[in-house]
Design a protein around this ligand. Structure first.
Ligand SMILES: [Zn+2]
Length: 198
């Protein structure tokens, strides 16, 4: 069922293609490129028709997360204050993601809190929360399910390796481990530093 829902979201993505003509290697400037055409309309967000439950899945295999080998959960009520501030103070250029974020405080507030099942977010809502998982973890509101231990932990060991330098590149690794040493999260990051001009 969830696979089906996710595939519908993918199918609805429009292909942003506009035809241009090249004559003798020169681009013939069409009206839409001159600025006379209609702006490309972004797809609108489609609100879920169901209510969310007590638990929200922030990360996990079902989302195709490459960095998490565990399920990260949070109680919906613990997200309301954050998402309200976040929706008021930030904006993104992707229309559907922006509209999803604006709807999330309302959707979380009307959660069925007596329902202990886990709610899987659609791709837009998931993008809103995904990059803040480390912040929620630091606040101690997340729950990590380790598939090896078959246990849910309220804290993890956060391991940051020393960064290494290779020319103008700097790289570092972050890991989360459960209390029995199973790796739940792994990410290698690289950043390029521009050489200073003399
Ligand atoms: Zn474990």
């Amino acid at each position: 069922m969830i696979d089906k829902i996710l595939s519908i979201f993918k199918l609805n993505q429009p292909k942003p293609i506009q035809r241009v003509e090249w004559v003798n290697g020169e681009l013939v400037i069409p009206d839409w490129l001159k600025g006379d055409g209609e702006p490309v309309k972004q797809p609108e967000y489609v609100r879920p028709v169901h209510r969310c439950t007590k638990w929200i899945l922030l990360a996990g295999n079902i989302y195709g997360d490459e960095h998490y080998s565990c399920a990260v959960l949070i109680e919906t009520r613990n997200l309301i204050a954050w998402i309200t501030r976040h929706a008021e103070n930030t904006s993104v250029s992707i229309l559907a993601q922006q509209q999803a974020k604006e709807y999330m405080p309302t959707w979380f507030a009307m959660a069925e809190n007596e329902d202990e099942t886990v709610t899987i977010l659609d791709e837009h809502m998931k993008k809103v929360v995904h990059e803040y998982i480390a912040n929620f973890e630091a606040e101690g509101t997340t729950r990590f399910y380790c598939p090896s231990c078959k246990t849910t932990y309220s804290s993890v060991k956060d391991i940051e390796h020393e960064s290494s330098k290779n020319g103008n590149w700097r790289s570092w690794k972050n890991e989360y481990h459960c209390h029995n040493g199973h790796r739940l999260y792994y990410k290698e990051s690289r950043m390029h530093f521009m050489p200073s001009r003399k």
